[in-house]
Design a binder for this molecule. Structure first.
Ligand code: IPM
Ligand code: MG
Length: 393
């Protein structure tokens, strides 16, 4: 038995390929350090649902909750795979875990490494230049516009009764009317924003001026929920006097994010805004193939690349595994902080260094970064580099 139990959920499409690369990294850490990982793979997703009528085997949610220290998820989403109620097949996994394990912050770092092309202006950051893009976006992960879908998915994952959206009438509207509530709570906002400020304390500030800054992104000129979000943000911010704050409306933010990303250090926002903004932000770090993430709560967490299952590349050993390797890096950092283990924190920084060196060298890159290496080749090269680094430490 290893020291840490990791559930590996490959899921659908290219998620299955990148999960192999994530597992290689974990196994290398087990081989080369005193840290042990005991990996358990759980089949899941939309394709499995299509084949078997189940999104994952019974007891899988409980296994993730009670018998794992951290979870890695490849990707969920298979073409045409929907449940009879119209919800995404595989939703029990990704959304069921987010809501059922109360993983209230979706933490999505956006960093442009040396050697990676910025996909808007096509420039590479040179080693002597200051960072252009290095921010962390926190997306609220349990409420907002996803709330009812999250509740349905987590109730299903736990075998609970179906969640029914409260009835609301819109007598002024005509024809069929469908309604997704967007509840935002002070509790949900407060804990998200607090995590944002805590993360800001661990970073070096915004690339442009080195100022530690948390930006509140909302649409408080329009929605009541966003007004509560901003009010709660201000209350939390008053406890963090050393960190500066600013505000933006989500529409304007998409523009500033693209034009002057170097201004941003930590960004906090609501669920759907964060979903959309982080796909855009991935363009600033070389594309979705680079974007890792952590779905983080107080007791549990799962880590996943932000990219989906990319069905058109599935089975081709083609996609970039670095988003997944960066997600494993985040897993090591989270486990290290949670368990007070300096060794895990050191492993996390070794992974980051190895990814940075690999990219700066630029010899083995997947198609999205302009190379012709395969997914497994890039995974092997980074794994070998990590093995060497860990043996030397
Ligand atoms: C993401 C994805 C998911 C989401 C989908 C697969 C349900 O787009 O993690 O960003 O909408 O949250
Ligand atoms: Mg998304």
């Amino acid at each position: 038995m290893g020291d840490y139990r990791i559930a590996i959920l490959p899921g659908d499409g290219t998620g299955r390929e990148v999960a192999i690369e994530a597992s290689k990294i974990l196994n290398t850490i087990s081989d080369k350090t005193n840290i042990g990982f005991d990996l358990t793979e759980i089949a899941c997703g939309g394709q499995l649902y299509k084949e078997t009528g189940k999104e994952w085997a019974e007891g899988s949610f409980e296994f993730c909750r009670d018998e794992s220290d951290a979870i890695f998820l490849g990707a969920i989403g298979h073409p045409g795979a929907f449940l009879p109620n119209g919800d995404l097949a595989g939703g029990s996994v990704i959304l069921g875990l987010r809501s059922g394990l109360d993983l209230y912050a979706n933490v999505r770092p956006v960093k442009l490494f040396n050697g990676v092309m910025h996909k808007v202006h096509g420039k590479f950051r040179q080693i002597w230049e200051p960072e252009m893009v290095d921010m962390t976006i926190l997306r609220e992960n349990t409420e907002g516009l996803y709330h009812s879908l999250l509740k349905r998915a987590s109730n299903r994952a736990q075998g609970l009764e179906d969640y029914v959206v409260p009835e609301v009438e819109f007598p002024d509207l005509q024809g069929e009317v469908v309604y997704d509530p967007r509840p935002i709570s002070s509790h949900g906002t407060e804990r998200l924003v607090r995590m944002g400020f805590e993360i800001a304390k661990t970073r070096n500030g915004a690339p442009s001026d080195g100022v530690s800054r948390v930006s509140c992104i909302d649409k408080s000129n329009v929605t009541r929920g966003c007004q509560l979000f901003r009010r709660t943000f201000d209350q939390v911010a008053s406890n963090y006097t050393g960190i500066s704050t600013d505000y933006g409306y989500i529409d304007a933010f998409t523009q500033w994010l693209t034009r002057t990303p170097e201004h941003y250090d930590v960004v906090v926002t609501s669920n759907m805004f964060g979903d959309i903004a982080t796909d855009l932000a991935a363009v600033l770090q070389g594309g979705m193939g680079m974007a890792g993430s952590g779905n983080i709560g107080d007791d549990h967490a799962f880590f996943e690349p932000v990219h989906g299952s990319s069905p058109k590349y599935a089975g081709m050993n083609k996609v970039n595994p670095i988003a997944s390797i960066n997600s494993v890096q985040m897993m090591m950092d989270w486990l290290g902080r949670k368990n007070g283990s300096q060794e895990l924190l050191d492993v996390a920084s070794s992974i980051e260094t190895c990814v940075a060196q690999h990219l700066a060298e630029g010899k083995y890159l997947t198609y999205d970064l302009g190379g012709d290496s395969s997914c497994s080749q890039v995974g092997d090269m980074i794994t070998q580099r990590l093995a060497k680094t860990l043996s030397e430490n």
